[in-house]
Design a protein. Sequence first.
Length: 349
Amino acid sequence: MQEDRSNRIIANWVFVGVAMLIIQVLIGGITRLSGSGLSITEWKPIMGALPPTSETEWQQLFLKYQQIAQYKYINNHFSLSDFKFIFFWEWFHRLWARLIAVAFAIPFIYFIIKKHIKSWMINPLITLFVLGGLQGLIGWIMVKSGLNDENIYVNHIKLSIHFVSAMGLICYALVFAMSLRAKKEDFVINPPLKKFTIYLIGLLTIQLFYGAFMAGLKAANIASTWPLINGMVVPDAMFKNGISDGLFFNKITIHFIHRGLAYLVAALVVIWWFKTKKQQASSTFNNVKNYPLLLVIAQVVLGIAAVLTSPQIVMGSFGLFEWIALLHQLVGMLLLLSLVANLYLIKTK
């Protein structure tokens, strides 16, 4: 049928968009891990697509970077070639965002002309486009938090909002694409399991926030030991400056919470997986239900490896810790997406 063909075409297009968004978040991870995020001090959505073309332009951009605290207190040894390295990753991160916009806008117009996009699809697709635009704005607000004489990094809370909102966008796109491809026989009916999955996704979202706190505060190497945290089960002085400071600003507290939530999420995913084993289901669900278990195991292993290699962190370098941290971020993203996919397939009636 023509409608089935159109649904398949639009779904494949959106799935490509999901892949591009995942890559965008990973490029953002490289940008953060390489210390490149503050190298471009202006937001030029159109003109900023082109890199500098002359030595004079490079010098002007480098001079602007030299006005902020990150250069003054950490990178004042940088040469122009060092600056060009960090500039590339921030520029590429912004360029990829522009490519995503193009990959959305041009096919969108084409598919409307070819009548592959039905009227009921337009609102979800426009929502995707708006959410993508908002993500760019949130990113700039985050970057601005580090463009001053005081902060050497971006605000970690704004970083977490940028990351989690990106994941919300990707999840929305994934569910929309699945709605175009899923068949009636792919779904299962299990209200308690659906409720459990919702709670699990909520807990994992909190964990993602704390993972971003860890990244923004450079808190991995505050306790580069495992299984104990600097020789303790519960670190000292976690709330010495109050509960609010401990939960949102104290590195050792955030590190402790992130570890604790990791163990809790892993345990609950194992329980969740055993519950799915009791569910008579389609071949689709039987495959998808295994992904969270495999991913959460990999995530815990990568988290431990990141902690143990964190003493190797060197500003401006990209070594073993950075690669492990990037994989840790990727698997965390895939874990969330796998649970969202399962949530979509589980119905209450």
